[in-house]
Design a binder for this molecule. Structure first.
Ligand SMILES: Cc1cc2nc3c(=O)[nH]c(=O)nc-3n(C[C@H](O)[C@H](O)[C@H](O)COP(=O)(O)OP(=O)(O)OC[C@H]3O[C@@H](n4cnc5c(N)ncnc54)[C@H](O)[C@@H]3O)c2cc1C
Length: 394
């Protein structure tokens, strides 16, 4: 059997590997020229952990994970207003929680393609899927700039929140994109002094209506996440330098650490709307959507990587035994029936996590401080840890 997978993000790479290992031939097309370096730290827990263990990816992810000591909210002078001991929190929450940089997750999934016998998976970087067609007995995609057409038994759109496969098959993005009213920018800077100041903490500004988060990485680097309120005046792709100006304006006055970070901000950092994708159905004949393309939970839920791995693993497990084209449509239906409840539940907790991330007023900020401080109080610590985890996961 043969599959076309559009998008070599985490979902697409895991799908291609698992289908390849099951004996399928896979054409994996990715519009970027190589693995994408953008993204910040993601908490890896929940369904993705179980799936990663099952497919042998967990130890490789563990090897690139960061050891975050604490989550600390600070005032403009750099004084902690609340602190969560991360190791203790993970223990109390009762599960495996890894802190992974998004590009490290993607590179790990890419390296794992080497487990597949040669010629089963062909990865085409710099190949953008433009037109998708599906007939009774085939699915087809045209890629740019080569103009080549690829044909297979099934086509999987794993091309992210702004999926072009989804737009081709189901219509324009606004029909399915539910904005959470915020934007998030992420970038990595190199500065020994800043990195030493942050150390192994996830440092966040205890501010209202905007939050800057910083992680100290290996080798003098700092990963930044800037979350701010969206505005109709903010286009998705502003001209050169304008995005950096926007971020400098939005995050002014949050103290010396954030000022230094903004000095080093690249001209065009990764910046996207914080949104979810909600669709009535994800499959149609010989085609199906996976990962963020069908059910993005939002950047702030921090769960995109976990769900991408778990969903891709499940889809590959359901497709693996398929030997006749007739069995494809029922397999895609079975996938959607099993996976939809998990995605919907993660989306509900993703919406709660987003509002906790950006308090709108002093009262909401106070509630966040109390919640975090509760993790240090014996007796209620376990309760609070579970509550926080329920907010960000399920
Ligand atoms: C640059 C970037 C940074 C991110 N940063 C974070 C983060 O810091 N924290 C977080 O929680 N989530 C982040 N995300 C989202 C996170 O990666 C996803 O939620 C999760 O990994 C699920 O991934 P996915 O494979 O479904 O989609 P994605 O990771 O979005 O991957 C989709 C892939 O499809 C490719 N693609 C898109 N259109 C086409 C096309 N027409 N033809 C071929 N290829 C196409 C894209 O280039 C991309 O590589 C980021 C995503 C990207 C792309």
């Amino acid at each position: 059997m043969k599959a076309i997978v559009v998008g070599a993000g985490i979902a697409g790479l895991v799908l291609a590997r698992q289908l390849g290992l099951a004996g399928w031939r896979v054409e994996l097309v990715e519009k970027s020229r190589g693995p994408r370096p953008d993204g910040y730290m993601m908490d890896f827990f929940g369904p993705g952990v179980e799936a990663a263990v099952r497919i042998g990816l967990y130890p490789r992810l563990e090897a690139v994970a960061y050891d975050v000591e604490a989550v600390e909210y600070v005032d403009p002078a750099g004084r902690a207003t609340s602190r969560l001991d991360y190791h203790r929190f993970a223990r109390l929450a009762g599960g495996k929680v890894l802190s992974l940089l998004r590009p490290d997750m993607e590179r790990t999934a890419l390296a794992a393609l080497d487990d597949v016998p040669p010629d089963r998976v062909r990865l085409h970087y710099g190949a953008r899927a433009t037109q998708v067609r599906a007939g009774e007995d085939y699915a087809e995609v045209t890629v740019s700039p080569s103009g080549n057409t690829l044909r297979a038994d099934v086509l999987i759109g794993a091309d992210g929140i702004h999926s072009e496969v989804r737009a081709e098959l189901y219509g324009p993005e606004p029909r399915f994109l539910r904005s959470l009213g915020m934007r998030a920018a992420a970038f990595i800077v190199s500065d020994a002094e800043l990195s030493a100041r942050i150390g192994n903490r996830f440092m966040l500004t205890d501010s209202i209506g905007r939050t800057a988060g910083l992680y100290g990485l290996r080798t003098d680097e700092v990963a930044a996440l800037l979350v701010y309120q969206d505005s109709p005046e903010y286009p998705d792709s502003p001209g050169s330098g304008l995005l950096r100006e926007r971020l400098r304006r939005e995050f002014a006055g949050l103290g010396a650490t954030v000022d230094r970070l903004l000095e080093l901000c690249p001209e065009r950092p990764y910046d996207d709307t914080v949104a979810q994708i909600v669709m009535p159905t994800w499959h149609k004949g010989r085609t199906v959507l996976a990962g963020d393309a069908s059910g993005a939970v939002s950047l702030l839920a921090g769960q995109g990587g976990s769900l991408a791995i778990a969903g891709a693993t499940l889809l590959a497990e359901i497709l693996a035994p398929v030997e006749s084209p007739k069995a494809i449509a029922p397999a895609l239906l079975a996938f959607e029936q099993r996976w939809r409840p998990v995605v919907e539940s993660a989306q509900a907790s993703g919406r709660r996590a987003a509002s906790a991330f950006l308090p709108a007023n002093r009262a909401q900020r106070l509630v966040r401080r109390w919640t975090i401080q509760g993790t240090a109080l014996p007796g209620i610590d376990r309760l609070v840890a579970r509550r926080i985890l329920r907010t960000i996961a399920k």
